[in-house]
Design a protein around this ligand. Structure first.
Ligand SMILES: Cc1cc2nc3c(=O)[nH]c(=O)nc-3n(C[C@H](O)[C@H](O)[C@H](O)COP(=O)(O)OP(=O)(O)OC[C@H]3O[C@@H](n4cnc5c(N)ncnc54)[C@H](O)[C@@H]3O)c2cc1C
Ligand SMILES: Cc1cc2nc3c(=O)[nH]c(=O)nc-3n(C[C@H](O)[C@H](O)[C@H](O)COP(=O)(O)O)c2cc1C
Length: 760
């Protein structure tokens, strides 16, 4: 096979080596614009896991590389005059120069033809190649030449960073957070060979400009950073090497190959430096492409597709982690008031890849300190005794809102059951909510409960608009109070333009076949254009009526004995329709600015607050974003939460979307948690996180990191009403069973069984 590789960086050289090693008959030519001894960049990092893959792909290169390794296990976080150390993280570093030396030597020994100081400007010279590989880095010429085929996107991030080196040997992967008159500066530093370390300085654009770094050349940058970090550098100098300030570009490509041309390494994807170097991703690409071609010897096209199929999911997963990580560094200012231990915990878990449970394995002593801190904080917050030795897992610490104390941080998210008769809940709801209360969650949300008959989503939705509804709810509330430690919340809602629709399983938001009833909304915009009923634009009289309905429902909820009242302002229902600019086109005092759009929802909130007892808390569910152009953005949700807090809302339940049918949500694990985190810290109000939270590892991580105060789980609770009990069992936490089930205390659950022999 004739292989032409553009770029003699780690990706190109390593791929050349692997191909030659697999079959010395391959003709491999690498074209590189630099000289062999050009030294751009400082250190590169490998995690223990990555290097194991390099070992199994090619032992010789592995041995040559690892000779240069500096290994470390610790992360040191310097924050507000303290150093917090966490261990067990297993990384190795080496210089980029040494890595290239190793790769260049191996390549030469194997007969790879590396042509240095040769710029590739077009692909004409490669007409006779069977395979052309674009391994030409972040500004790839190959990618640009075939742009229409590869469909690249480059997301330039707002923070600025500069890549520097220093002779100070850092004993650990070291983070500094230093504030001066211009703002907050982050440093990521690690030793990559004895006596040499990488020293990356990062800041927001505002800080960068304010410090004059937008006008600074390399020398001035070094002078500024040396003065700023004099203490940290301990007399050592900073070293520059093409050290210009940059914005990190996240590169993605719709396709990784076309015809006989493939991209690899930085040319096809990048991931922020804070999750490790792009070098290891580049080398893993090389391994994957080599394996895929070997597995399809008669069809390179199949091989290229197999390469993309194998690597893309791994790369995208890493890019998601990198996105969470870079966003943490873009918003570090938000966390600067945290206690040192919690700051360290949130930093270490920022990419959402390392959880509370991982730290139990990596660094149990650090985790014990974190758990003890969470327990102490919970004891202070609630005035309850919380054991310290050992402390409970974070999810099993109590939480207080006004006079209400929840025994743990898990809540069953509200879920419509579409099983009520004329608004009256019955046996289904008793078992649904009752079994989840017995299942151990600290707080049980009843489903969206409508304040008037016309405010129902479907004819089978629950209500609190008739006196007989009160008794039906009271039966359930009393059961929860009598037979569990759980508290129970009502979620009051009005469906607005999403009313008069079918049950969820008959068609989500689909209008009733028989036409339903008249619906109202902020503006007369049907949900599905041409299919849904057009809502009536609410008049002031309609608004007065709705306020009265909410107040009556709140009084009924009090009579039924609910512990917490939530006003539903999310998911495109009536109050949400006022908040989102996509559904509110009013020209009166209730439309236009966010303040105006919030007027009616806040009026409802105030009216309910006035009749809801002072000692009982109130929450509001919001859609933090609409996932649609022109809709609500995370920064708008922060302002909404600020207004809610000013109106004495105790906790914000942070959901997202469902405002418009053309939404384009970005789903994933914990996909809405960052909104709860942002609101909690920017506004200083308690929050609930919800959305694809399904493991106890994630709940413990969210609570310990302070990303939210409570975690709501919906579908996980449908699957397993005893989710919290099962989590307690797995964590070795003693959660008492009700007396009727006391026999379980001596029981070892087993789901699968094997009669000896081989098997898991
Ligand atoms: C200047 C610089 C400094 C860096 N410093 C570090 C660091 O200290 N630590 C770290 O972990 N990561 C660093 N990185 C990022 C990291 O090196 C990359 O993620 C990683 O090298 C990706 O490997 P790659 O082979 O895909 O791309 P690269 O390493 O960028 O290699 C691409 C190669 O292609 C060559 N090339 C590009 N265009 C052409 C062309 N048209 N014709 C011929 N040759 C071409 C380039 O000269 C380069 O040698 C640095 C990157 C750069 C560019
Ligand atoms: C069957 C079902 C019914 C739901 N009903 C409601 C509801 O009444 N009120 C509400 O605010 N959210 C409702 N939701 C949304 C959930 O409360 C939750 O926000 C969403 O399912 C994401 O959480 P999860 O990933 O844990 O399932 C419902 C979700 C499901 C699956």
């Amino acid at each position: 096979m004739k292989i032409a590789i553009v770029g003699g960086g780690p990706a190109g050289l390593y791929f050349a080596i692997l191909m030659k090693r697999r079959d010395p008959a391959h003709e491999v030519v690498v074209t590189e614009r630099n000289r062999p001894d050009d030294t751009f960049g400082f250190g590169v990092v490998f995690s223990d896991a990555t290097i194991a893959e390099v070992e199994s792909a090619d032992e010789e290169t592995y041995r040559a590389i690892t000779e240069h390794f500096v290994h470390w296990d610790d992360i040191d976080i310097h924050y507000r005059g303290q150093v917090i150390r966490s261990t067990g993280h297993g990384f190795s570093g080496m210089s980029r120069r040494s890595l290239l030396d190793v790769l260049q030597r191996e390549a030469a020994a194997l007969g790879v033809d590396v042509r240095y100081e040769t710029e590739v400007a077009d692909l004409r010279g490669f007409a006779d190649a069977d395979l052309v590989v674009g391994a030409d880095g972040v500004n790839s010429t190959v990618r640009r030449l075939l742009e229409d085929r590869f469909g690249p996107s480059v997301d330039f991030r707002p923070n600025r960073f500069v890549w520097l080196g220093t002779t100070r040997p850092f004993p650990a992967f070291t983070f500094y957070f230093r504030e001066n008159e211009h703002g907050l500066w982050r440093v990521h530093a690690y030793q990559y060979e004895p006596g040499h370390s990488t020293f990356i300085v990062e800041c927001t654009e505002r800080t960068w400009r304010s410090a004059g770094m937008d006008r600074a050349d390399e020398e001035e940058t070094v002078a500024y950073c040396e003065a700023l970090f004099g203490e940290e550098l301990e007399g050592h100098r900073l070293i520059r090497n093409r050290s210009v300030w940059r914005s990190f570009p996240t590169v993605r490509c719709a396709r990784w190959w076309t015809d006989n041309v493939a991209l690899m390494g930085d040319a096809v994807h990048t991931a922020h430096f804070s999750v490790g170097s792009g070098t290891r991703m580049a080398m893993l690409d090389a391994i994957a492409l080599c394996d895929a071609l070997a597995a399809s010897p008669h069809s390179p096209t199949e091989g290229l597709q197999a390469y993309e199929n194998a690597r893309r999911p791994q790369v995208e997963s890493l890019q998601r982690a990198a996105q969470a990580s870079l966003e943490w560094f873009e918003a570090t200012e938000r966390y600067m008031d945290l206690a040192p231990l919690q700051f360290a915990f949130t930093l270490i878990t920022r990419s959402l890849r390392i959880t509370h449970e991982d730290l139990r394995v990596r660094d149990p002593a650090f985790l014990a300190h974190v758990d003890a801190w969470v327990a102490e904080h919970a004891a202070e917050q609630t005035g309850r005794a919380v054991p310290r030795e050992p402390p409970p897992p974070p999810m099993f610490t109590p939480f207080k809102l006004r006079d209400l104390v929840l025994s743990n941080r898990v809540a069953v998210s509200p879920m419509c059951q579409y099983t009520a008769v004329d608004g009256t809940v019955g046996d289904w709801h008793l078992q649904h909510l009752g079994s989840r209360a017995v299942g151990g969650a600290g707080l049980i949300f009843a489903e969206m409960t409508d304040v008037c008959a016309d405010g129902r989503i479907s004819p089978a939705c629950a209500g609190l608009y008739k006196p007989e509804h009160v008794g039906a709810w009271k039966r359930i509330v009393d059961f929860v109070h009598e037979w569990s430690d759980a508290k129970i919340a009502v979620q009051l809602g009005h469906a607005g333009r999403k009313g008069a629709t079918k049950k969820l399983w008959e068609g989500d938001s689909e209008p009733l076949d028989d036409g339903g009833w008249e619906i109202v909304s902020a503006s007369p915009i049907p949900y599905f254009p041409g299919r849904s009923r057009t809502p009536k634009e609410m008049t002031r009289a309609d608004m007065d009526q709705a306020v009265a309905d909410y107040v009556r429902a709140a009084e009924y909820a009090l009579e039924a004995g609910f512990d917490l009242l939530e006003v539903h302002m999310a998911h495109g229902y009536l109050l949400a329709s006022f908040i989102s600019p996509l559904t509110n086109e009013r020209t009166d005092g209730y439309g236009g600015s966010l303040e105006n759009r919030m007027r009616f929802p806040l009026e409802v909130f105030d009216a309910v607050r006035a009749v809801w007892p002072d000692e009982r808390p109130m929450s509001v569910r919001v859609s933090a974003v609409d996932w649609a152009p022109g809709g609500m953005r995370p920064e708008d949700a922060v302002e909404v939460a600020r207004m809610l807090r000013a109106h004495d809302c105790d906790i914000v339940d942070v959901s997202a979307g469902q405002t418009v049918p053309f939404q384009e949500p970005v789903y994933g694990r914990l996909f809405q948690t960052p909104f709860a985190d942002r609101i909690r810290h920017d506004v200083g109000v308690a929050t609930m996180a919800v959305g694809n939270i399904s493991s106890y590892m994630d709940v413990n991580t969210i609570i310990a990191a302070g990303r939210a105060d409570l975690c709501l789980l919906a579908r996980a609770h449908l699957f397993d009403p005893y989710w919290t009990r099962h989590a307690a069992y797995m964590l070795g936490h003693d959660l008492r069973w009700p007396p009727q089930y006391a026999s379980v205390q001596q029981y070892t659950p087993r789901f699968a069984f094997h009669f000896g022999g081989e098997g898991p």
